[in-house]
Design a binder for this molecule. Structure first.
Ligand code: HEC
Length: 105
């Protein structure tokens, strides 16, 4: 009795945590596929997104960190455009989380 309640609470918090994380994953995938203009899919290969663009690096091979994605997306790199004017901070955070998670499976 004294032990069960905290365990149940911990299990409950874990469930909430992973549900939130998955929402972030889905939101980021939507940014990658649809909301970023031009779409990331035009230039990048990413298995999870079903994209095979070859203008930029293959993200499955690059396996960037979330910070690396966020920096590239907000400020642009080389011919990759900056998205800080067209995507919100939340969208950039979500797409960074998505690319990181989708490529580190
Ligand atoms: C017009 C083509 C184009 C689009 C659209 C594009 N990228 Fe890129 N991306 C590139 C190119 C080219 C590079 C390599 C730039 C360089 O290193 O000079 C790159 C680099 C990157 C990198 C690696 C950065 C690093 O630190 O080496 C990441 C991560 C990335 N892009 C993610 C994205 C995401 C996410 C999107 C959508 C929001 C996106 N890109 C949209 C062309 C594009």
């Amino acid at each position: 009795m004294t032990l069960r309640a905290p365990l149940a609470l911990a299990a409950c918090l874990l469930t909430i945590g992973s549900a939130l994380a998955d929402e972030q994953f889905d939101a980021g995938k939507k940014v990658f596929l649809e909301q970023a203009q031009p779409s990331c899919t035009i230039c990048h290969t990413l298995n999870d997104a079903g994209s095979s663009g070859e203008i930029g690096p293959n993200l499955d091979e690059l396996k960037p960190s979330a910070d690396q994605v966020a920096n590239a997306v907000s400020g642009g790199v080389g011919i990759m455009p900056a998205f800080d004017g067209s995507l919100s901070d939340e969208q950039i955070k979500a797409v960074a989380y998505y690319v990181k998670k989708a490529t580190s499976k």
